[in-house]
Design a protein around this ligand. Structure first.
Ligand code: GLA
Length: 399
């Protein structure tokens, strides 16, 4: 049949374009996830404010994220954790409590700053702080979040654990949990709004093996962090072996940052930032952004550390070698260079040595000490340096 009219040609063109799009879609989606292509960066209310969080405080954090330069360094999400939840109305829709008079207006405010906003809930009837959970209201809650303009959901197992106790076997309890995470994934998808889906169930049942399959963009791999070196090191250094489970769109989450909360010294916070960057971990600041010292801002906004964390190849690093308290971790980056962390877990300074051939380099390498912001020049095979107690020397190495 001969196509004659202009309208028919246009129709044919649209039809062919549609087919081309359909054919290209699966590949495009595999290459660039719509959210969390790199580990999410932002701020979360819990570590510093816990229950003392409200609308005014969140707005002030958003303001400070911009004025401190954090937004320009890559921090995006302003995440409200537990205790925002109010009552459900007669139709079952959730409302925020008196601390948050108007969530939509708050979301608009945060968006107006060029930032995104996150919220928190649980698949159980009650959150960890005993506020209203999403149990039995998953679709309604997802719709409400989308209507408010929410961009990120942390979904914390909490109250579902009580219900899981009624399961007949550990396998049945596991299934209950997996189904609960799938249910909210589907509810979020149904809204059509891109929402980062953050699983929080403290690393139970090797979540890294199935977190991505239930739609998780990130999943907590451990229990809660605290603002002290012992807990931070326990969590951070226990991440060895998890690298293969992470990648663009789906990340291991060793919990939020404590930088700037005051419980660790500068060397310890440098360890925290460096290890999280090598781990391709989400960088969610957990301090009060309105009262940061220049030192805290420098720790959080070091561009070269952030570049390691946010490297587009999305390959999580791992432990290369441990000798007592001295550990060498490395991460391969998109340009072929490697980020190398010389970590000293001993409280006193230690001499540490790294042989670059052990990391797969064959010839001389160009080395930069990132925290010292110093090029160390061409190095033939190995490098020895003193590493502060509980501290790190973070290198970027290129052949
Ligand atoms: C759990 C989570 C924390 C925080 C609190 C809030 O403990 O692991 O990160 O969200 O609940 O109640």
């Amino acid at each position: 049949m001969l196509i004659t009219t202009h309208r028919e040609i246009t129709r044919l063109r649209l039809f062919l374009a549609g087919i081309a799009l359909l054919l290209a879609l699966p590949r495009t989606m595999a290459q660039t996830p719509s959210v969390a292509a790199t580990p999410p960066m932002g701020w979360n209310s819990w570590n510093h404010f816990a229950r003392k969080i409200d609308d005014v405080t969140v707005r002030a954090q958003a303001d400070a994220m911009v004025s401190s330069g954090m937004r320009d360094a890559g921090y995006v999400y302003i995440n409200i954790d537990d205790t925002w939840e109010g009552e459900r109305d007669a139709q079952g829709f959730i409302h925020s409590n008196e601390k948050f008079p108007d969530m939509k207006a708050l979301a608009d405010y945060v968006h107006g700053k060029g930032l995104k906003i996150g919220i928190y809930s649980t698949p159980g009837p009650k959150t960890c702080a005993k506020f209203e959970g999403s149990y039995g209201h998953e679709e309604q809650d997802a719709q409400t979040y989308a209507a408010w303009g929410i961009d990120y959901l942390k979904y914390d197992l909490c109250g579902l654990r009580d219900i899981m106790k009624s399961a007949e076997s550990p396998e049945a309890a596991h299934k209950m949990m997996v189904n609960a995470y799938v249910k909210m994934r589907d509810a979020l998808r149904k809204t059509g709004r891109p929402i980062v889906y953050s699983l929080c169930q403290y690393g139970n049942d090797a979540v890294w093996q199935w977190g991505a399959s239930v739609g998780g963009n990130l999943w907590r791999t451990t229990g809660d962090i605290k603002d002290n070196y012992a807990r931070m090191e326990q969590i951070g250094f226990s991440q060895a072996g998890l690298a293969k489970f992470a990648g663009p769109g789906h990340w291991n989450d060793p919990d939020m940052l404590e930088v700037g909360n005051g419980g660790m010294n500068a060397d310890e916070y440098r360890t925290h930032m460096s290890l999280w960057a090598i781990l391709a971990a989400p960088l969610l600041a957990g301090n009060d952004l309105t009262s940061m010292s220049p030192e805290t801002i420098a720790l959080l906004t070091n561009r070269e550390v952030i570049a390691i964390d946010q490297d587009r190849a999305g390959k999580q690093g791992d432990r290369i070698r441990a000798e007592g308290p001295m550990e060498i971790w490395a991460r391969t980056l998109a340009d072929g260079s490697r980020a190398v962390g010389l970590f000293n877990r001993h409280p006193q300074p230690m001499e540490m040595q790294v042989d670059f051939r052990e990391l797969g380099f064959k010839g001389a390498v160009k080395v930069r000490d990132i925290w010292a912001a110093k090029d160390l020049g061409l190095i033939q095979s190995s490098y020895q340096t003193s590493v502060p107690g509980h501290g790190v020397v973070l290198l970027r190495v290129l052949e």
